[in-house]
Design a protein around this ligand. Structure first.
Ligand code: NAD
Ligand code: DAU
Length: 353
């Protein structure tokens, strides 16, 4: 089997669902179920013996030791993290605990397990670390896109904690020989995306008749990738990636935030027109910028295409339409995740802007 950490979150849950749709190899899913982890994301796997869910922390070494000994995974894919930049600005502590200390403990537990393996099991074992393009810092409008050779120049507490985790993973390869792989991916979007992040937040706020908060001038650029394409890239790297290598993953799809927001409004105008005939665009509100806001990210994904033959299947036009439709079709999911804790966060992040 494979061990997936953080498999109840946005990308992890999409990964587990896609994996089990394509393979009968079981998944052991270890997730702490923070505010971002949601078992409803995995409801379709209820009663499916191929999915074993354990609630727990990647930093819990005795738990890891027990799980590894009992289930003998052939690979681990580490999605578990605190992942929201704005939350890292309000409170960096959890980011250091999970993304840095947690990753270190996970590496230690896995190293002990891997060192005790023998023969083919040891040779074939892989630790795949899922990371982000934000570790490379911010680009000017004319800079070339990030390659795997860019320096790590993180600017937010979140990206600094992810960069630290990338360094730890590298060190566990060089010092202990642990067979690691790292992927650095651009902004994902798609089903099951928690509505604290731009795209789902804009969709749910628009439908609720609320303002659509655009930070600063809205001209910051992100490189958007449909989540199922990120999942297929990870499967490909796990199957054929060279040990110790980093693979950048991206959609070749740079867009300024304001264009993303207007595209969502246009889709909603078409799919769920407002009763008064006005456009959702009338709800757009420019608000105070994010401190230290990175201006532009862009991924050069040529290495993964050249070496592993991976390319995204969705264009932005097809992916964003599917995404908006998913939120329209899954209003119950949205209602359930907008718990008291979610409302507290919205108050913390937006009330003073
Ligand atoms: P998410 O916040 O939606 O999910 C994170 C999951 O990890 C949650 O289920 C949470 O309960 C779990 N978790 C948190 N701390 C844990 C701990 N200590 N032990 C066990 N589980 C824990 O995040 P996401 O957007 O799905 O991102 C997944 C990974 O992909 C992260 O490592 C993130 O840095 C990386 N990434 C995300 C994006 C993106 O656009 N969302 C892009 C590139 C890379
Ligand atoms: O680049 C990969 C990263 O993408 C991942 O590593 C992170 O886990 C993920 O959260 C995402 O980070 P961003 O900060 O780019 O994503 P977010 O959706 O928070 O914001 C996208 C852009 O939209 C960013 O420029 C900030 C802006 N924004 C965001 C919110 C929540 C707004 O203008 N208004 C908002 O309300």
């Amino acid at each position: 089997m494979i061990l997936v950490t953080g498999g109840a979150g946005f990308i992890g849950a999409n990964f587990v669902l896609d994996w089990l749709a394509q393979s009968d190899e079981p998944v052991l899913n270890l997730d702490k179920l923070t505010y971002a982890g949601n078992l409803e994301n995995l409801a379709s796997l209820e009663g499916d013996a191929r999915h074993v869910f354990v609630q727990g922390d990647i930093g819990d070494a005795p738990l890891l030791e027990r799980l590894l000994a009992q289930h003998q995974p052939r690979a681990l894919i580490n999605f578990a993290a605190e992942s929201h930049v704005d939350r890292s600005i309000h409170g960096p502590e959890d980011f250091i605990q999970t993304n840095v200390v947690g990753t270190m403990r996970l590496l230690q537990s896995v190293r002990a397990y891997w060192q005790a393996l023998t023969g083919a099991q040891r040779a074939e074992f892989r630790f795949l670390h899922v990371s982000t393009d934000e570790v490379y810092g911010s680009l000017s409008p004319t800079d070339p896109a990030f390659t795997e050779n860019n320096k790590l120049e993180p600017n937010s507490p979140y990206s600094a904690s992810k960069a630290a985790s990338d360094h730890l993973v590298r060190a566990w390869l060089h010092t202990y020989g642990l067979p690691v792989l790292t992927t650095n991916c651009s902004n994902n979007y798609g089903p099951l995306h928690f509505p604290e992040k731009l795209i789902p937040l804009i969709i749910v706020n628009a439908l609720a008749g609320k303002s659509l908060p655009v930070y600063g001038d809205g001209l910051q650029v992100r490189d958007w990738l449909y989540v199922k394409d990120h999942c297929s890239a990870i499967r490909r790297v796990l199957a054929a990636g060279r040990v110790g290598e980093i693979y950048n993953v991206g959609g070749w799809n740079e867009k300024p935030n304001i264009e993303i927001v207007k595209t969502i409004c246009a889709l909603l105008d078409e799919l769920r027109p407002k009763g008064d005939g006005s456009s959702y665009q009338t709800q757009i509100t420019y608000v105070q910028d994010r401190p230290g806001h990175d201006r532009r990210y862009a991924i050069d994904a040529s290495k993964i295409e050249r070496e592993l033959g991976w390319k995204p299947a969705e264009t932005f036009a097809t992916g964003i339409r599917k995404t908006v439709q998913w939120y329209l079709d899954n209003q119950d999911w949205v209602t359930h995740v907008q718990s008291g804790a979610y409302r507290d966060w919205v108050q913390t992040n937006y009330a003073g802007r």
